[in-house]
Design a protein around this ligand. Structure first.
Ligand SMILES: [Zn+2]
Length: 219
């Protein structure tokens, strides 16, 4: 029988170290729990994505990590008419160098808030590491969807300074990177250690998957 007559089965195993990837049913990208490299399903293959994790601030307890798509970017907003707001928009565009889009499954994100947008606004200067490190749940949205969302975030940020109609805007987003960003698991809520913002734990689809992973790490 010809090969193409059989459906191909994609085995979710790290291509670098052969460890089975922790996959919930809706996940499309994964951080390897063993070697820390990241893989995204593309067709019937796994493609590698640059993978990083952020160091938590000192003193933060009950740390768990959530997945985010992260993009280096350059944004330029050239004013069509010069005034205070368009000059502010021009400077704001230049100040945006990285965009974040939360990749975990969440119920009612418009209600509970989107930390990717918060981080994109804040432009944090985080210390990152590569390689073996924390476990984190898989990404439930694709990097190409995240890229489109990141583009919207950047435009919305520039538009806060001046109407986009008064500007010629150019945004270039780099390679999608899968980042694991820490927060504190406080039981009923998870809390961002930088903004002190909180998400109800019940809104996080994969939290039950993350918590056993955290317990295994501490064992
Ligand atoms: Zn691996």
């Amino acid at each position: 029988m010809a090969d193409e007559a059989r459906p191909r089965v994609l085995v979710l195993r790290c291509r670098a170290c052969r460890t089975l990837l922790p996959a919930a049913s809706n996940d499309v990208a994964f951080r390897c729990p063993q070697c820390g490299r990241s893989w995204e399903i593309e067709g019937d293959e796994l493609s590698e994505r640059p993978s990083s994790y952020v160091l938590p601030p000192p003193g933060v307890r009950e740390v768990i990590y959530l997945p985010y798509w992260s993009f280096a970017l350059t944004a330029n907003a050239t004013p069509r008419t010069l005034d205070e707001s368009t000059l502010r928009a021009r400077d704001r565009a230049t100040s945006l160098t990285r965009a974040f889009v939360s990749a975990y499954a969440i119920y009612r994100p418009t209600y509970v808030g989107e930390w990717g947008l918060v981080y994109t606004r804040a432009q944090p200067k985080w210390e990152t590491r590569q390689g073996h490190g924390p476990q984190s749940p898989g990404a439930a949205i694709t990097s190409s969807d995240a890229k489109a969302i990141a583009h919207h975030y950047i435009l919305a940020e520039i538009d806060r300074a001046a109407d986009l109609g008064l500007l010629d805007v150019r945004v270039e987003l780099g390679t999608p990177e899968l980042w694991a960003i820490p927060c504190s698991d406080l039981g009923e809520v998870v809390r961002c250690p930088w903004t002190r913002g909180e998400l109800p734990a019940a809104a996080l689809d994969d939290l039950s998957q993350i918590r056993p992973a955290a317990e295994r790490r501490e064992a």
